[in-house]
Design a protein around this ligand. Structure first.
Ligand SMILES: *Cc1c(COP(=O)(O)O)cnc(C)c1O
Length: 359
């Protein structure tokens, strides 16, 4: 069949992108995507099932998901008008760049960090300025960041960072707010796993340029549902509300997420278990020869080890344990990202790694 030469037909800014491929293989233990691998408490599961059952599917969703917004607003001590719900945090990230990026504007990021920021920026014809984190601790060069942010439309910082696990210092966020005019997005996708008081969501009320992204995909164990949200100044939420895909958040996601948020206190024991397991995992991996770990405030740990790509393949093929390979990524040579799983899953990983690295 003759080629359509789509690369000459597609809008130039969108040529050359490839479908996202998380390189999933079916494994008994999947610690590759930072999901919450614990079953949710039965009371929460039942509440979610009840919510699903009582949701009519023949009616269009409430475009702005106001019931869910009210629940989230009450939780975070803001107004409904300060919350925007999206089909995963990813939709909101895209829409932020769609709204506030564009030709002649730039996004500042601090890699290694979440790749999606850069991909979405490019799709929206937004320049990307990268302020690389310093070796070996992945700390942010504050002066370089401030310098870059002065000319930027928007700055996106992950806290805790994916995949390095560290929080941004509140002092640096304050400097970004004081010394630049950029919009500052703090991506708190993993904040529920960090020590109490680490979230800066309460700063939004007094800082109109600060926006905080959260998601139901990680701590809430609802990655398959597709629900994330932004807490931000009302003027920003209004712009996002006007340009979004009107029905992107479906009725099931709205109903289930609302039930889960109402019962969020019942998730605390699971979160505490994951934080405890993170410590245990780090202690066990730290005893293995030539393994380097970074302190993590999230539900994953970054581990550097010799021949990481081979180790990852053996974990998958011989032990049916899947972790995420970053060994090819700039600044992350020989690094694997390992999600903290249930105690059994972590045992499987630890004993497999012991076999491979000491065997
Ligand atoms: C997982 C993740 C998100 C959001 O994911 P969604 O499933 O789209 O809500 C956002 N930022 C980071 C850094 C993440 O790791």
């Amino acid at each position: 069949m003759p080629s359509l030469h789509t690369n000459t037909r597609v809008r130039p800014a969108l040529a050359g992108f490839e479908p996202y491929d998380p390189a999933f293989s079916v494994c008994e233990v999947n610690l590759s995507a930072n999901e919450n691998t614990h079953p949710l408490p039965e009371s929460v599961q039942n509440a979610m099932l009840d919510a699903m059952r009582s949701t009519p599917l023949n009616r269009y969703p409430d475009p702005l998901a106001n019931n869910l917004r009210d629940e989230l607003a009450a939780w975070h001590g803001v107004q409904r008008g300060n919350v925007m719900v999206g089909n995963g945090g990813d939709e909101i990230l895209f829409n932020l760049l769609f709204c506030f990026g564009g030709p002649g504007r730039s996004l500042v990021v601090c890699p290694p960090c979440f790749e999606e920021y850069k991909i979405f920026a490019k799709m929206c014809e937004t320049d990307v300025v990268e302020v690389w984190r310093r070796e070996p601790d992945f700390s942010i060069d504050a002066d370089a960041l401030l310098e870059a942010a002065r000319g930027a439309a928007i700055v996106m910082i992950t806290s805790p960072n994916n995949p390095t696990g560290d929080l941004i210092s509140p002092a640096l966020v304050q400097r970004l707010l004081d010394q630049t005019d950029a919009l500052i997005l703090l991506d708190e996708a993993y904040i529920e796993f960090a020590k109490k008081g680490s979230s800066l969501v309460s700063w939004v009320a007094d800082n109109p340029r600060l926006m905080v992204l959260r998601t139901m995909s990680k701590a809430f164990g609802l990655a398959g549902l597709r629900c994330g949200y932004l807490v931000a100044n009302k003027e920003i939420v209004d712009v996002l509300a006007a340009i979004r895909q009107i029905y992107s958040e479906d009725v099931v996601a709205q109903a289930v997420a609302t039930a889960a948020v109402r019962r969020r206190s019942e998730l605390e024991p699971t979160l505490a278990s994951i934080v405890g397991e993170r410590k245990r995992l780090c202690e066990a991996l730290g005893e293995l020869p030539d393994v380097v770990l970074w302190p993590s405030e999230a539900n994953f740990v970054l581990a550097r080890m010799p021949h990481a790509g081979d180790v990852r393949a053996r974990l998958r093929d011989e032990y049916s344990v899947l972790v995420r390979d970053f060994s090819y990524a700039k600044g992350l040579g020989d690094c694997l990202r390992i999600t903290v799983g249930t105690p059994n899953e972590n045992d499987r990983l630890i004993s497999a790694l012991r076999d491979i690295l000491q065997g």
